[in-house]
Design a protein around this ligand. Structure first.
Ligand code: SF4
Length: 350
């Protein structure tokens, strides 16, 4: 190992990799994977977790105009409360401990709309509600003329347990102007997330990679997430989300993504976020089961949830279906020589 590599490895072990160090490491893939695997072992051991959950996308109508979206429809659906409750009931009967709720930005939807959904589910079921991206919270707050902090307070009182850190895409306003011009800015995403953390609402963190962004954007994004986590400790995990190119305008100009790119993304996430974020999750629905298993050797210690229902990735070309059973999780994890464990949303082992 040359001196520069030895220095990067030492920095990785102490959570101090710089942008230059990350750029150096990413060109030596075997070193990157080796150190990512080592840090995974130190942070999470050999246990690989998954959660029994159900996605509910309550509407596919949206006032947004994201260039990567294949989900939104002009004449879409809005689920009734009765339909939502029925989905929750089915999920709970199948062992779900988490319901993940996200949807399009429904024109004029106020906080009451979002709160009623949470409160109604909570009044019927004892289940963790992982709901509403920072964009949805921002949208609800704006429509109700309250600030984000007040919106989060009201949502929490109504039953919000944690939030998905989606809508992050790439936290760079030049990229955002091109791929999601009407979404929250990077600063507004950060403000909503850090406000949630201050109010003891944990969130995940994500990146959508593999379109028009560069390696430097990956690294800047990861270092930004690391800085937030150092201050708030509010992220439960980091989830790289690979861009799905079908049925959307961005797919026509995206640079294309290889399996190796995805492995590097997951390994870099582990290395740059160590030791501040313990859990690095691979999304089986986007990567596919085979590649998701490969990420277990590149820093990943969690394979996400059973989902039971999935519209967003499928509409953009995903072919992995909408459900992965607990038995299948256990089989994939064990076949990689790891120990499968079921977990709650907040990573308590069950
Ligand atoms: S990605 Fe979400 S916010 Fe953007 S257009 Fe699609 S549904 Fe709307």
């Amino acid at each position: 190992m040359d001196l520069e590599s030895a220095d990067v490895v030492e920095r990785a072990r102490t959570g101090k990799v710089t942008k230059e160090g990350a750029l150096h490491m990413v060109h030596d893939t075997s070193l990157l994977f080796k150190i990512a695997d080592e840090l995974r072992s130190e942070a999470a051991g050999d246990v690989v977790t998954y959660v029994i959950n159900r996605n509910i996308n309550f509407t596919n109508t949206c006032i947004g105009n994201c260039a990567f979206c294949a989900f939104k429809k002009e004449r879409g659906y809005v689920l009734s409360m009765e339909q939502i409750l029925q989905k929750v009931e089915e999920a709970v009967a199948r062992g779900a401990t988490e319901i993940c709720i996200q949807g399009g930005l429904l024109k004029g939807a106020t906080l009451d709309f979002y709160c009623e959904m949470l409160a109604c589910i909570k009044s019927h079921f004892d289940v963790h509600l992982h709901a509403f991206s920072p964009m949805e919270v921002f949208h609800a707050a704006e429509n109700s003329n309250v600030d984000v902090q007040d919106a989060l307070k009201t949502l929490k009182r109504s039953g919000l347990d944690s939030m998905p850190g989606t809508a992050a895409e790439v936290l760079d306003d030049d990229i955002r102007r091109k791929i999601c011009p009407s979404k929250v800015s990077a600063a507004q995403w950060i403000d909503t997330i850090t406000t949630a953390h201050r109010m003891k609402i944990p969130t995940t963190a994500t990146i959508m990679y593999g379109h028009i962004e560069t390696l430097e954007h990956w690294i800047n994004h990861l270092l930004l997430i690391r800085d937030i986590q150092k201050k708030t400790k509010g992220f439960t995990e980091f989830i790289p989300l690979s861009f799905m190119p079908e049925n959307n305008g961005l797919g026509e100009i995206a640079r294309g993504l290889t399996s190796m790119d995805s492995l590097k993304m997951h390994a870099l996430s582990r290395v740059l976020l160590y030791p501040y974020i313990t859990n690095i999750q691979a999304s089986w629905v986007k990567l596919g089961r085979k590649l998701a298993r490969e990420t277990l050797f590149c820093g990943v210690n969690d394979l996400g949830g059973t989902l039971m229902e999935e519209h967003i990735t499928r509409s953009a070309g995903g072919t992995e279906g909408e459900y992965m059973s607990p038995e299948e999780f256990e089989e994939i994890i064990a076949s990689a020589g790891r120990i499968p464990r079921r977990r709650t949303t907040l990573y308590e082992l069950i």
